[in-house]
Ligand binder design. Structure first.
Ligand code: PLP
Length: 448
């Protein structure tokens, strides 16, 4: 499905009133230090989160929040999961870091498990999603070289086709394949050789494909872009074209992979597998770990020194990741993800029939987008006041990424709180309808 352009019909609803500089008002030194010394890369609310337990987090005042953001798809086992806490304690007392110059006890077994889950053959461990992306782009360029091309000569096969509306991270390689201009343009010139294709537009893909393409990179479900899945037709064509031209199909499953859809990987609903799959976020239950999973054919092109990392794949972090994967299996979490996800989407559909500013519910499993005709930021702020953590992406899509362990009762609680927030939002917009200060809201009822 192509992302629908409907900026014009989206409306602004006045935010719930809230204090602008609460941190200064509360005088909490930790917030004051953050305001004074941190680079302003995030617009954060003046709340200090201190700890979490299961699907809840708590702030410094003791206020409890239902966590339907999960640290942006990271806290798949919630917070302070006893199995994760136990492994961290055990391994911290053994070895946190040993260097990639030596084998450690957990990298090999973790790589084997990821290979089993994905159906792929070789693994490289990185520190984050964006580093996994950069590593994958390097592998694609390596794969594009013929063995007899001298290292000093650029490969003839070097172009990368990336998708419009994509997000792949913040390093130079990742922003080069990220379509959103605000993330890319201020840092130009970025890595050359990238062209953007309209997501799910087979004709556009075909017209831009040529023999000098070394890779097609796509998110199996675009996350930051607003929860848009790749269509089967587009996937199949990308698979066929890359195979025919000796290029790689790279699936970014950093947000949607490792169980979130109710399958180990989102691409497993298709008949074919990609050449490279990238994972990160939930992999080590909150510790920073990314991975590049790939085929034997790609692995065969890698030699010592071609790529590397100091921190990636340390013993503690790999032991935790193994525990995460084992817990997903032992606790039958894929089933929970499918069932709770279905309940969540059903409840949201009911809300969509009550509130005309809900345009569409998208997603599967526990990656869900609620597309609004109004800006989502006031709803996110209001949710915080009601003790609920959610997120808005691309201004108009509420993104829900609850932990895999979420219960039926917690889904019900979420729907109840969300309905309250939507009711307040609808009332606010009605109040501001006739007001000269918010002229745009008069069309709210007509936006569906
Ligand atoms: C699909 C996707 N790819 C890549 C990244 C980058 O991952 P990281 O923030 O770990 O570098 C993200 C992060 O949100 C993502 O959602």
């Amino acid at each position: 499905m192509q992302r629908v352009k409907h900026k014009k019909s989206h409306l602004r609803v006045r935010s719930a009133p809230r204090s602008k500089k609460l941190s200064s008002a509360t005088g909490d030194m930790r917030l004051l230090d953050a305001e004074k010394f941190l680079l302003p890369t995030y617009k954060r609310p003046p709340i200090l989160l201190t700890h979490g337990r299961g699907c809840y987090v708590y702030d410094v005042t003791g206020k409890k929040y239902l966590d339907f953001l999960g640290g942006i798809a990271v806290n798949a086992l919630g917070h302070a999961h006893p199995r994760i806490v136990k492994v961290i304690r055990r391994e911290a007392a053994r070895a946190i870091h040993l260097s990639n110059l030596f084998h450690n006890a957990h990298q090999g077994p973790l790589a084997r498990k990821l290979a089993e889950w994905s159906g792929l053959d070789g693994v490289f461990f990185a520190n984050s999603g964006t580093e996994a992306i950069d590593g994958a782009l390097k592998l694609a360029r390596l794969y594009g070289r013929t063995p007899d091309t001298p290292a000093s000569v650029a490969a003839a096969k070097y172009r990368v086709l990336a998708m419009e509306n994509s997000f792949h991270g913040r390093t130079f390689g990742a922003i080069s394949v990220t379509a959103t201009e605000k993330y890319r343009l201020p840092f130009a010139p970025v890595v050359p050789g990238v062209e953007f294709v309209r997501f799910n537009d087979v004709a556009d893909l075909e017209s831009k494909f040529s023999d000098d393409v070394c890779a097609v990179i796509l998110e199996t479900i675009q996350g930051e872009g607003g929860i848009y899945p790749v269509s089967e037709a587009f996937w199949n064509r990308a698979r066929a074209l890359t195979a025919k031209h000796g290029a790689l199909l790279i699936a970014d499953e950093i947000q949607c992979g490792l169980g979130r859809t109710g399958r180990y990987f989102a691409y497993q609903k298709f008949a074919s597998r990609p050449d490279i799959v990238l994972v990160a976020k939930p992999l080590a239950a909150g510790l920073p770990l990314g991975a590049i999973l790939t085929t034997e054919a790609v692995a065969a092109r890698v030699s010592p020194g071609a790529h590397g990392t100091t921190f990636g794949g340390g013993p503690l972090i790999c032991a935790v990741a193994q525990e995460f994967l084992n817990t997903v299996e032992d606790a039958k979490l894929l089933k929970n993800i499918r069932e709770r996800g279905a309940e969540l989407r059903e409840g949201l559909q009911t809300l969509a029939s009550k509130f005309d500013f809900i345009r569409e519910i998208r997603g599967e499993g526990l990656i869900v987008g609620v597309e609004l005709a109004i800006e989502g930021a006031p709803i996110v702020a209001s949710a915080l006041e009601h003790g609920l953590l959610i997120n808005c992406t691309h201004d108009f899509t509420i993104r829900l990424l609850p932990p895999f362990i979420v219960t039926r009762g917690q889904v019900r609680d979420f729907l109840r709180i969300f309905e309250t927030i939507l009711t307040e939002t609808a009332k606010r917009s009605a109040l501001t309808k006739g007001s000269a200060s918010a002229p745009a809201t008069h069309a709210l009822a007509a936006t569906r």
